[in-house]
Design a protein around this ligand. Sequence first.
Ligand SMILES: Cc1cc2nc3c(=O)[nH]c(=O)nc-3n(C[C@H](O)[C@H](O)[C@H](O)COP(=O)(O)OP(=O)(O)OC[C@H]3O[C@@H](n4cnc5c(N)ncnc54)[C@H](O)[C@@H]3O)c2cc1C
Length: 391
Amino acid sequence: MRTDVAIIGAGPAGLLLAHLLAQDGIESIVVEARARMYVAARIRAGILEHSSVELLRNVGLGAGVQARGDEHRGIYLQWPGQRHHLDFVDLVGRSVWVYGQTQVQADLVAASEAAGRPVYYGASGVGLHDLETDQPYVTFTDTAKAARRIDAAAVVGCDGAFGPSRAAMPAGTRQTWERVYPYSWLGILADVAPSTDELIYAWHPDGFALHSMRSATVSRLYLQVPNGSNVADWSDDRIWTALATRLGHGHDGWQLTPGPITGKSVLPMRSFVQSPMRYGRLFLAGDAAHTVPPTGAKGLNLAIADVALLAPALGRLVRKNDTALADAYSDTALSRVWRSEHFSWWMTTMLHAAGDPFDEQLQLSQLRWVTSSTAGAAGLAENYAGLPFGL
Ligand SMILES: Cc1cc2nc3c(=O)[nH]c(=O)nc-3n(C[C@H](O)[C@H](O)[C@H](O)COP(=O)(O)OP(=O)(O)OC[C@H]3O[C@@H](n4cnc5c(N)ncnc54)[C@H](O)[C@@H]3O)c2cc1C
């Protein structure tokens, strides 16, 4: 097969890139290791930044978020005895939207199928070749066990943290940075109306807790747990009791309403960056190049920002053989990536119990400052609601 751009991975980065390229008249073929249903069902991120929503609207993918998303003006930050609302719209004129990654993925799949764009699900043995030439190609075995080859002008690795693209860059050409945190999140989905109108981020000496939501009838909640924790050790009762304590059930009459838990998982917390995000005709986008701990709600948004930058660069490369934007892609993308890495690390270290009494006092001091100083609050709001693309 021959196409303009071969895309590895049909997650949000891969399918959105294919959509953006198609709008510019650029063809692509997407190769995905997993089955379509598996990709569609993964429960992951849930918050879209202002710029992400603007982009989806501008490219004809905004109907879902408009109809089923929930616009939030800000978040609550709390510690025992205190709850403060930060209003991002007042502070920086930007809001965020609750709209699950599964819904974003469903919208992208629907657009891809409506347009008849080729996506090979269930591909195995995906390999990247001749990346340092201007005739790179991708090989794989399809679900009928047929060997396939895609020749393209560029290959884009949108294959997440465990795909082959990252490692296809020779060792001497790339640098990586990593931080593993000494705690994880136990996440639950529950069939119960959220007990809050906007997300609650709670510092507590027992550990961090987050009350998020997916819809008016589905809540998403998280507890900080030690690394290596097993969901089997967390009964529904134990989870709701810990959430009630950490989220301040009973304080000022606020009630946490428990409900049937429909999903439980443990999510390790990690920061990772690989640089550059380009090697020859291979470009990396999304989790293939970077990972953030979920505290700042940045992972999905960074993937969207990467492909928003990459699509026009590939358009110029393919159509005019003009490499200016492609050459600038890695540096420009990494500038935003490192801002988000810092914000995610900052939110994480401000809110998670680390077992050090001195650190606890620093965290509480930071929380008091962020919730009482307009300058402090605006800094958090600007980063959380997301900087405009290109910054
Ligand atoms: C369990 C979990 C929970 C998360 N929770 C949050 C959250 O609460 N908030 C937040 O902001 N972010 C969260 N994230 C991060 C967010 O989901 C990611 O940042 C986002 O999915 C990035 O999109 P992507 O398209 O770059 O990568 P992915 O969504 O990972 O997509 C990569 C795709 O590549 C495919 N692939 C892998 N290997 C191959 C191969 N060899 N060949 C072909 N295809 C391949 C994968 O199957 C996958 O479909 C979470 C991530 C995980 C894993």
